[in-house]
Design a protein around this ligand. Structure first.
Ligand SMILES: *Cc1c(COP(=O)(O)O)cnc(C)c1O
Length: 225
C-alpha cells in the first residue's frame, strides 16, 4: 500500500466537501491495513457493503469507527450488523425494517436507518418507490411501528450515466422527497435530515443538490482490484 498516495487522494476528496457534509469512506474489499491507514489520517466514518466482511473487520479496527452499512441487506444477515452499526443506509422494504427493529431491540440499541429510494432509471437498483414511501408515511408515525429504529433520512443511487443533467434531476427528486416526508408528520423532522447521495462518479452533482453524506471508495482508495 502506498500511504503517501492514499493521503494525497484523501486530501483531494476532503477539499471538495463543504463543511458539514459527512464523508463515508467506502472500504468494501479493502484490507484492514488500508482502513487503519485512513483512520490514522483522521477518517472515522467507514462504509461497507457485505455483512460478513463488516462483521469480520470490525473487531480488528479501532472501536471509535462509525460503521455505515451501505449495501443491500438481507434479513438473515441483519444480525451481523445490528449490534454495532452506526447507520444502515440501504433499507428498502418493510420486512427489512421489521428485522432491523427486532434485532436492535434484542441488543438494546436504537439503530439509525436511511430509507433507500429507487431514483435511477436502471431496473437493477434497489429501493422503495417514492409513492410507496408516501403511502407508508400516510398510515402512522414510523416510530410507532418500529420503536427501536431512528429514521434519519433518505439514501439513493443515481443512474450510472454520463448525462449529468439526468443525475442532477434524480438527486433533486430525492432531496424534494426528503423535505416532503420530513413535513408529513410520520418522522421526527429534527432527525430526518440526512441525504446519502453521491459516490466517486457523481459527487459534484450530489453536492450541488444538497447531499449531506457522500459515499466515496475509488477516489480515496484507488480502483478496486
Ligand atoms: C461501492 C459503493 C460506493 C462507492 O463507490 P465508488 O465509486 O468506489 O466511490 C458507494 N455507495 C454504494 C452503495 C456502493 O456500493
Amino acid at each position: 500500500m502506498d500511504k503517501a498516495a492514499l493521503a494525497e487522494r484523501y486530501a483531494r476528496v476532503k477539499a471538495m466537501l463543504p463543511g458539514g457534509v459527512v464523508l463515508v469512506a467506502v472500504s468494501k474489499t479493502r484490507t484492514v491495513e488500508e482502513v487503519q491507514a485512513l483512520y490514522d489520517l483522521g477518517q472515522r466514518d467507514f462504509g461497507e457493503n457485505y455483512p460478513q466482511e463488516l462483521r469480520d473487520k470490525q473487531p480488528l479496527l479501532p472501536p471509535d469507527i462509525r460503521w455505515h452499512f451501505i449495501g443491500h441487506l438481507q434479513g438473515n444477515k441483519v444480525k451481523y450488523v445490528a449490534p454495532f452499526a452506526f447507520l444502515v443506509h440501504g433499507v428498502d422494504s418493510e420486512k427489512l425494517l421489521d428485522e432491523l427493529d427486532k434485532r436492535a431491540a434484542s441488543v438494546g440499541r436504537i439503530l439509525g436507518v436511511l430509507l433507500q429510494v429507487h431514483i435511477a432509471q436502471e431496473e437493477t437498483k434497489h429501493g422503495f418507490l417514492p409513492d410507496e414511501l408516501r403511502a407508508l408515511c400516510a398510515t402512522a408515525p414510523l416510530q410507532h411501528r418500529w420503536p427501536s429504529l431512528q429514521f434519519r433520512g433518505l439514501m439513493g443511487m443515481a443512474t450510472n450515466t454520463e448525462d449529468q443533467a439526468r443525475v442532477r434531476h434524480e438527486f433533486h427528486a430525492l432531496a424534494l422527497l426528503r423535505q416532503e416526508l420530513a413535513a408529513s408528520g410520520a418522522v421526527d423532522p429534527r432527525a430526518f435530515t440526512e441525504l446519502s447521495m453521491g459516490m466517486t462518479g457523481d459527487l459534484r452533482e450530489a453536492l450541488a443538490e444538497g447531499s449531506t453524506m457522500v459515499r466515496i471508495g475509488t477516489a480515496i482508495f484507488g480502483q478496486r482490484g
